[in-house]
Design a protein around this ligand. Sequence first.
Ligand SMILES: C[S@@+](CC[C@H](N)C(=O)[O-])C[C@H]1O[C@@H](n2cnc3c(N)ncnc32)[C@H](O)[C@@H]1O
Length: 251
Amino acid sequence: MCWSFDQWQVVLSHVGTFRALEVMYTYSPSSSGSFWERVWQSLGNAKALRNRLKLVKTLVRNALERVGEGVTLLSLGSGSGRALLEVLAEAKPSNVRRVVFVDLSRDALEAGKELAKQLGVDSAYQLDWYRNSVQDLTRFAHLSPTIIEMVGLLDYFPAKEAVCLLSNLYQILAPSGIFIVGNVRWNEEALFVERAVGWHLIYREPEEIFQLLREAGFPAEGIRIYYEPMQIHGVAYCVKGIGNCAPPDRV
Ligand SMILES: C[S@@+](CC[C@H](N)C(=O)[O-])C[C@H]1O[C@@H](n2cnc3c(N)ncnc32)[C@H](O)[C@@H]1O
């Protein structure tokens, strides 16, 4: 049995960052990881994270099919931008004009640029990368993004700051724009994740996510929250202006 810590060590030393997430996103059961890596990757939380990636991609594809031409996508706390980049590579949407990735971490943005090259989408689309805090969105206000995606970030914002952030992005979202946002839910591994791994998250039930979104200005009938199969990660799909573009019943 191999007792090396390899990728598991990467998770431990990069808790809360895109690096830890990439270890989980790119894991394959056939890969020859250490004992501890295989234990970690078989936990519900690691599986749920991979499920969340799939769910986010499905919702982004759905949103792209519902909006018109000349779409600007904005990813906040983008990390490597994997969800959006994989959608571009797999669905090759023709209505996307520009994708803007915003993250505080230079490393995350560099990893995103590299991934865009690997997936062959860097020359097919206008991709822009900004090192910026989501707490100051003024430089992006003129974009009036058609779709904003923010996954893996709300989980770190206490309620007051969360409402402030959500209200600001509600203001800059296009009038008929769509917002896709994730938040983890309390689960039976949460204490392990918190105490053994040192990953501190703000867990929210769907009613709490809904309440934050309502306080930020999203209309109740425009909000729908979906859960991946492990019921750990919720992803809300929010339509700013309701019309013929209500959230999908099922995904
Ligand atoms: C857990 S990762 C999520 C990455 C990606 N969205 C995903 O779901 O795979 C959180 C990301 O948010 C970034 N981040 C944290 N605080 C931020 C802030 N105030 N403004 C912008 N980015 C931030 C981190 O650098 C990190 O890349």
